[in-house]
Write a protein that binds this ligand. Structure first.
Ligand SMILES: [Fe+2]
Length: 272
């Protein structure tokens, strides 16, 4: 089976940056590669309704399953002021391909498990900052935008813990399968931005959690997929290949045209 993985399409932001062709080019690439299923690792858009419409369009046009997890941008209420994050999360969960609904069997041997996950500030630089600094989500006039556009009604660490417990239960339940584990947030410290760094000493705190490395190593995870940080990278650690396949914002791209960029960003997994 050929499964494609990509994250951080940011369709609306890229459209504003004159790259309104991202979805069409992505669809062409999926067809060209004859993929049999897709997984999108979050941050499809800043509007959950556009995110849901995108999943429907991919499935309708290509007639293959398109699994996905929410990204922090998909959960933003920037277009729905005051809307609670859990409400947007549940609206996205209404689509059955959202991995928040539980493990999805891909074939006899492979299962895919995932959800957005969250950050617990464990990737922050504690030589320079304290937990209270990270809880402020603001540093030298720069604000981590989740502060403005998400409202979980509880502490980030509690949200992280909620997802951890659910992942633990699901990973254990699927221990006899080969597991693909997909989060939006970063699941390995090698995917954080190298430090010392002027701003990422602080903002790495919002990328994910060290807990995921331990979680992955304790279970039969063959591929750990993520997005969120807009750097592409693949790292093999023991039996697990960690993959970050973000498309990211057009101003971060390395190629001039959308087709080349998507070809480079898309990861194809051959699951036998
Ligand atoms: Fe993103």
């Amino acid at each position: 089976m050929k499964l494609g993985f990509i994250a951080d399409l940011h369709l609306d932001i890229n459209e504003k940056r004159k790259r309104g062709d991202v979805l069409d080019v992505f669809l062409e690439e999926i067809a060209k590669q004859q993929l049999e299923a897709i997984c999108i690792g979050g941050d499809i858009s800043n509007d959950y309704k556009e995110t849901l419409a995108t999943i429907d369009k991919i499935e309708h046009d290509l007639n293959i399953p398109c699994y996905f997890v929410a990204g922090n941008h998909d959960l933003w209420n920037i277009h729905y002021p005051g809307k609670r994050t859990w409400d947007i999360y549940n609206d996205l969960k209404a689509n059955q391909r959202n991995l928040a609904n539980g493990p999805q069997q891909l074939n006899d041997k492979w299962v895919i498990i995932g959800d957005i996950g969250w950050y617990d500030f464990s990737f922050g630089n504690y030589a320079k900052y304290q937990i209270q600094d990270f809880m402020n989500m603001k540093m030298k006039g720069s604000t981590w935008q989740d502060k403005e556009y998400t409202d979980w009604a509880t502490h980030s660490v509690d949200i992280h813990q909620f997802f951890m417990e659910r992942f633990q239960e699901q990973l254990l339940r699927c221990k006899n399968k080969n597991i693909i584990f997909c989060t939006h947030v970063v699941s390995h410290h090698l995917f954080t931005v190298p430090t010392p760094h002027r701003i990422w000493d602080y903002f790495n705190a919002f990328l994910g959690s060290k807990d995921y490395e331990q979680l992955v190593s304790n279970h039969n995870v063959r591929y750990a997929l993520c997005g969120h940080v807009h750097f592409r990278k693949k790292v093999k650690v023991k039996e697990t290949e960690y993959i970050c396949s973000s498309l990211g914002y057009a101003n971060q791209w390395r190629y001039k045209n959308t087709k080349d960029e998507i070809e480079h960003a898309l990861t194809v997994l051959h699951l036998d």
